[in-house]
Design a protein around this ligand. Structure first.
Ligand code: ATP
Length: 433
């Protein structure tokens, strides 16, 4: 199943291996014309629901390169390490805590007999060097998570917007990790994108846990509303000994991938860990002053952190359908890279082509629209099915007389006749989440 999706992604321009013509670069992926549009749609829908439609959340886009003291404050320099073990037989390296991967390696490569080195600490931060004077470059780190950009801007956001607690700051952007075993296609990459909300609340045990629970529901509902199969999604609560010492609660949203259940989002109650550490390391006051009561305190933070790439991958896995020789992506129309494709029934009939082009030009300002006049209609349908295009619009000889087109639905393959002047309304109705 995963192999089929990888092949489809390459064939139809969703995702390509990074640096492919130079033999690739492990753990990096390039999004092609269809992939970049799908990714943009995920982020646009998320931004609309998270920022545009809410009074209590504002956006931010912080720099990837940050003062390295930030990573001291966040604890990453000290603690962003994974236990690395090496197979003494073939020298492949693994994360000792990924027990399933270790077991699979033993079983498939060495007949269940493992011979491993002792675990040693392996640092996950990706280093970068900045500066123009040879030998005096500053050592930096490419951010391993986007979270800290929010915390270091907490005061800036409060002062510039006057937003009041409880409130959230939303952000998406790239993060980089020196993963020991990148794999499962884009699932574990060394460069990836995250989308997060840090939601700041009063330091109150009961109330903050209530808000934590409401975020769990909200985030799960978001995926379900996008049409994902509910039975393939679940919460996985972290036991107290599995979570960071400062975390008051932590849950993952997991999806049932072709290789089993795995994480797509973390929902973490981070308490005052980040803000109080930044206060200590920067010497700046990071407290919040209630504008009404004058009360001053360090807020607690409830974080929801999702991978854009992982979300995109599980949306593709969930949408992938095979029916005989027909392959189609049953994506929610709001996610589909193209919303409609327009075809003239025959490409050698100028009157059909001319009218179809006009319809195409009228739709394009409103929706991403594809054009196809190659081969026969059946082939064009199949081709759009693989891209997840929900509607195909065909201009035929009747169109010239009755000003109606045939619309073919991707999922049901049913066809109906719709007046040209109704098309924009017809699509607008179906494209909302
Ligand atoms: P894992 O246990 O899978 O390494 P994590 O618990 O370290 O993940 P977080 O630090 O909580 O992940 O990051 C939040 C989200 O960022 C994850 O739920 C995931 O969707 C995404 N993410 C993290 N690491 C990667 C990666 N290497 N490649 C792609 N997405 C990632």
């Amino acid at each position: 199943m995963l192999e089929k999706i990888v092949a489809l992604c390459k064939r139809r321009g969703f995702i390509f291996p990074g640096s492919e013509i130079y033999g690739g670069l492990a753990g990096t992926w390039d999004y092609g014309p269809l992939g970049v549009q799908l990714k943009k749609n995920i982020k646009d829908i998320w931004w609309k629901d998270t920022v545009q439609l809410r009074d209590d959340i504002v956006g931010l886009d912080a720099a990837i390169l940050m003062n390295p003291k930030i990573w001291e404050a966040s604890g990453h320099i000290e603690a962003f390490v994974d236990p690395l073990i090496e197979c003494k037989i073939c020298h492949e390296r693994f994360r000792a805590d990924k027990k399933q991967e270790v077991k699979e390696h033993e079983e498939t490569k060495h007949g269940s007999k493992g011979d491993w080195t002792q675990p040693r600490k392996f640092h996950g931060l990706v280093k970068a060097y900045l500066g123009v004077v040879e030998g005096q470059e500053q050592l930096l780190y490419l951010r391993p998570e986007i979270t800290q950009g929010v915390h270091v801007n907490f005061k800036n956001v409060v002062d510039s917007t006057r937003i009041k607690i409880p409130f959230g700051i939303a952000q998406f952007g790239k993060a980089f990790r020196n993963e020991i075993t990148p794999g499962n296609f884009t699932f574990r990459s060394r460069e990836f994108e995250q989308m997060e909300v840090q939601y700041f609340v009063k330091p109150d045990e009961q109330e903050s846990l209530r808000i934590f629970e409401s975020w769990k529901k909200e985030r799960m509902d978001w995926y379900v509303d996008l049409g994902l199969s509910e039975e393939r999604l679940r919460f996985k609560d972290h036991a107290p000994d599995e979570r960071a010492h400062y975390a008051k609660a932590a849950t993952d949203i997991e999806y049932h991938f072709p290789w089993g259940w795995d994480e797509v989002m973390g929902i973490h109650h981070r308490a005052d860990w980040d803000l109080s550490r930044h206060e200590k390391y920067s010497g700046q006051n990071m407290k919040y002053k209630d504008p009404v009561t004058g009360e001053e305190y360090t807020p607690w933070d409830i974080e929801t952190s999702a991978g854009v790439d992982r979300s995109l991958l599980f949306l593709l896995v969930d949408a992938y359908r095979e029916e005989g020789d027909r392959v189609y992506l049953k994506l929610h129309p709001a996610l589909s890279p193209y919303k409609a494709a327009v075809f003239p029934l025959l490409s050698n009939k100028p009157e059909l082509v001319k009218l179809a082009k006009r319809i195409y030009d009228d739709l394009r300002p409103q929706f991403m629209t594809a054009w196809d006049d190659r081969g026969n209609i059946g082939k064009r349908y199949y081709s759009q099915d693989e891209l997840g295009t929900p509607f195909c619009v065909t201009v035929d000889f009747d169109t010239l007389l009755d000003k109606k087109v045939t619309i073919r639905d991707r999922d049901t393959m049913k066809q109906e006749r719709i007046a040209i002047k109704e098309l924009v309304n017809y699509f607008t109705d179906k494209l909302n989440v």
